[in-house]
Design a protein around this ligand. Structure first.
Ligand code: PLP
Length: 355
């Protein structure tokens, strides 16, 4: 039976990307040696590294003065890199979910943290709107897409201080005005490849402004200077990222990606709103295009396990909601085909007609 993969990350990857990953494991770049066995100083590899940064710059239309680097440690390690490198006395954070809260926790080790607003009061089901960003903060940190709760900040805001964004779960899903941000980071394992590599897009002139001593590996400048080759990079994860970026480019870039993502999300949200058995959990204006969260409606709460079994029997994978929210979450990242979303919608309709 065909499986429809709605995992929240790691998650579905484009088929052609998987194919080139398999080929590269057998024979990288015509060398007769697999990518897992080459030196990262191989000229063919250095070309892939260069092209990967160039593809990022091209797809996101990244202005002059920014670099893209590739690190290990996941987005969670960036929670500490950011204050280590950028924080003076104070930083400001918008608390829109558990990941944002974890980022805040790390920042508190380095100085004063101003949580300008939080939506914890309603299980992070909305994005706070009216808040003041302190002008004396070194930066303002946001999480653009809240993977667990299915909320998303849809616009690139104007910010009086350096804007720093965790874009782990919506990067490359839409065009972004990078010039509004001082730093953007995320784990690759949703829209840009497998786990194991973390991307950081950084405006070079914001670095080197704190007087705190920085360990070599934590200092972004180390990795800028050596183009992410100061130490051994996660070679295979970067290769798959490179192929994923090429796939996005071939599809027509981020405008095209955004159009498909909106179409997929609209299909599923329309069904959630229409179907008497389900109800969405995120505030409508803040609904994520990437993680679509819903629960059983009043009167049908006892049908949750039955729907889960039914959906499983129809090939749906990874639709269980995060334990802190319950219900269901369908992650419709870039590589999730519209056919899978249609199959889930049909499955919800069939379930409704049975009750
Ligand atoms: C928005 C967001 N930030 C951070 C993380 C943590 O990422 P990592 O597992 O790469 O540390 C996740 C993981 O799902 C996430 O969704």
């Amino acid at each position: 039976m065909k499986k429809h993969n709605f995992n929240a990350g790691p998650c579905v990857l484009p088929k052609p990307v998987i194919e080139s990953g398999i080929e590269a494991i057998k024979n990288f770049d015509g060398t007769g040696i697999g990518i897992l066995e080459i030196s990262h100083r191989t000229p063919g590899w250095e070309r892939i590294m260069k092209e990967t940064e160039e593809l990022w710059k091209e797809l996101l239309n990244i202005p002059e003065g920014y670099r893209v680097i590739f690190l290990g440690g996941g987005a969670s390690t960036q929670f500490l890199y950011v204050p280590y490198n950028l924080m003076g006395k104070k930083a400001a954070y918008l608390q829109t979910g558990v990941w944002a809260k974890k980022a805040t926790k790390e920042a508190k080790l380095f100085g004063e943290v101003d949580i300008v607003a939080s939506s914890e009061d309603k299980t992070y089901s909305y994005i706070p709107k009216n808040y003041t960003i302190p002008a004396d903060a070194s930066y303002f940190h946001i999480t653009t897409n809240n993977t667990i709760y299915g909320t998303e900040i849809h616009t690139d805001m104007d910010c009086p201080v350096h804007l720093v964004a965790d874009m782990s779960s919506d990067i490359l899903s839409r065009p972004v005005d990078v010039s509004k941000y001082a730093l953007i980071y995320g784990g690759a394992q949703k829209n840009v490849g497998p786990a194991g590599v973390t991307f950081v897009i950084v405006r070079e002139d914001i670095l080197g402004k704190t007087d705190r001593p920085l360990p070599t590996m934590i200092d972004y400048r180390t990795h800028l200077k050596d183009s992410s080759m100061f130490n051994t990079p996660p070679v295979f994860s970067i290769f798959v990222m490179h192929e994923t970026l090429k796939w996005i480019k071939e599809l027509g870039g981020l405008e095209a990606m955004y159009k498909i993502n909106k179409e997929k999300a609209e299909l599923l949200y329309n069904e959630i709103d229409r179907n008497k058995m389900f109800v969405g959990t995120a505030a409508k204006e803040d609904r994520s295009l990437m993680n679509i969260c819903f629960v059983m409606a009043e009167g049908y709460k006892d049908k949750e396990a039955e729907f889960m079994e039914f959906a499983k029997s129809k090939g749906m994978v990874g639709i269980k909601g995060h334990r802190s929210v319950g219900g269901f979450r369908a992650s419709t990242y870039n590589a999730c085909p519209i056919e899978s979303v249609k199959a889930l919608v049909e499955c919800m309709q069939e379930f409704e007609s049975k009750h």
